[in-house]
Ligand binder design. Structure first.
Ligand SMILES: Cc1ncc(C[n+]2csc(CCOP(=O)(O)OP(=O)(O)O)c2C)c(N)n1
Ligand code: SF4
Ligand SMILES: [Mg+2]
Length: 345
């Protein structure tokens, strides 16, 4: 007689299957599905109660993926490029929820660029994932603004304009958490996602995610083969939750330890070169150097845990705005007149 195995559970007594969502409708082999799996694993490992997480997205194949993870979470598949403002609003209405946003390279680097720029400047708490395949997958493979000039389409055409490096851009705008990874590298992506979920502010992760249908041919710089050949990882990251003992494997060798807002730690064991992710100038330099060699730099590129997130500087009420009554929200006539008067010269 074969014994039935009880499935493993996490700190909340939940199985990993309970962090799943609807069956995926992505093309078989699409990088986006690997990212959904990494989100499921990170949330399962951290013991996140899915009911406390909100999933936000724009429009695109990438933006459809929140349907395929965390079925218990509320979410909004919003409009093209507008995820940042929906996510910022939802977060400010109830800061006790964990906001996680999924966008695409088209969604972020073209139609949503204005939203992206100002969201980074405002710095609300938000895990911001760009599933970057260099094309508009959903509308059948047109070049996006992250398509590299040396990377031809399947039909042999080259992009006319220079590509946008979203990590470089986020860094320039003052982002305090900038990371890049590859959908096929769960060893790197899962700890980065856990760190992002523990971070107070925008945690931006650009994830190279091959579109197997429109942009995974041999010459594409967003293909599985190119990433394998040209991907340069800064470090081998390891996430340690606040209640866990120190992992002795990470006590030796070149180690950079980052303490996150909830007391958890990200241990970065250096692989390629000496690198301190709190050095902004070094982050710029490394991004430029690797880009000029056609390499794709992955890992935690920059972090600054000292900058306050939007909710901290916004004088919010102790009770979430979403649960206040009309009477609490509407100021008395006298109060309103005083406010208006203060704006008159
Ligand atoms: C206002 C508006 N303009 C254009 C479109 C058409 N459209 C839908 S998805 C998309 C691009 C999606 O590309 P990306 O964000 O890279 O996602 P992917 O499908 O590659 O994951 C476009 C142009 C739209 N839905 N709404
Ligand atoms: S078209 Fe491309 S991005 Fe969209 S599901 Fe298929 S492989 Fe993925
Ligand atoms: Mg895309």
């Amino acid at each position: 007689m074969t014994e039935e195995k009880t499935p493993a559970t996490n700190a909340l007594g939940l199985t990993k299957a309970q962090y799943g969502g609807l069956p995926s409708t992505m093309c078989k082999g699409c990088g986006h599905d690997r990212i959904s799996e990494a989100v499921i694993q990170a949330c399962y490992d951290l013991g996140i109660d899915g009911r406390t997480l909100i999933k936000m997205s724009g429009i695109g194949c990438s933006s459809k993926t929140p349907a395929y993870f965390l079925a218990q979470s509320m979410g909004l598949n919003s409009t093209h490029g507008r995820m940042p403002s929906f996510a910022t609003g939802a977060h400010m209405a109830n800061t006790s929820m964990i906001p996680l946003g999924v966008s695409g390279d088209g969604d972020t680097a073209s139609i949503g660029m204005g939203q992206f720029v100002h969201m980074i400047r405002r710095n609300p708490k938000l895990v911001y994932i760009v599933e970057n395949n260099g094309v508009y997958g959903l509308t059948k493979g047109q070049f996006s603004a992250t398509a590299d000039r040396e990377s031809p389409s399947k039909r042999g055409l080259f992009p006319r304009e220079e590509s946008i490096d979203l990590c470089g851009m986020a860094l320039e705008l003052g982002s305090t958490f900038v990371a890049r990874s590859f959908s096929g590298d769960k060893k790197q992506l899962i700890p980065l996602l856990k760190a992002a979920l523990s971070f107070d502010g925008v945690a931006f992760i650009d994830v190279i995610s091959p579109c197997v249908t429109f942009n995974n041919h041999a010459e594409s710089t967003k293909s599985y083969t190119h990433q394998k050949e040209m991907g340069v990882s800064f470090h081998d990251p390891h996430y340690v939750a606040p209640q866990e003992p120190i992992d002795i494997d990470y006590e030796q060798g070149e180690l950079h330890e980052v303490t996150l807002h909830d007391g958890s730690r990200l241990m970065l064991r250096k692989l390629e070169r000496h690198y301190d992710p709190s050095d902004r100038s070094a982050a710029f330099q490394n991004l430029h150097e690797t880009r000029s060699k056609g390499e794709i730099l992955t890992g935690l590129i920059y972090i600054d845990v000292s900058q306050p997130a939007l909710a901290k500087t916004s004088e919010l009420t102790a009770e979430p705005l979403s649960s206040l009554e009309q009477g609490d929200l509407r100021p008395a006539i006298g109060v309103l007149e005083k406010v208006n008067e203060s704006f008159r010269m």
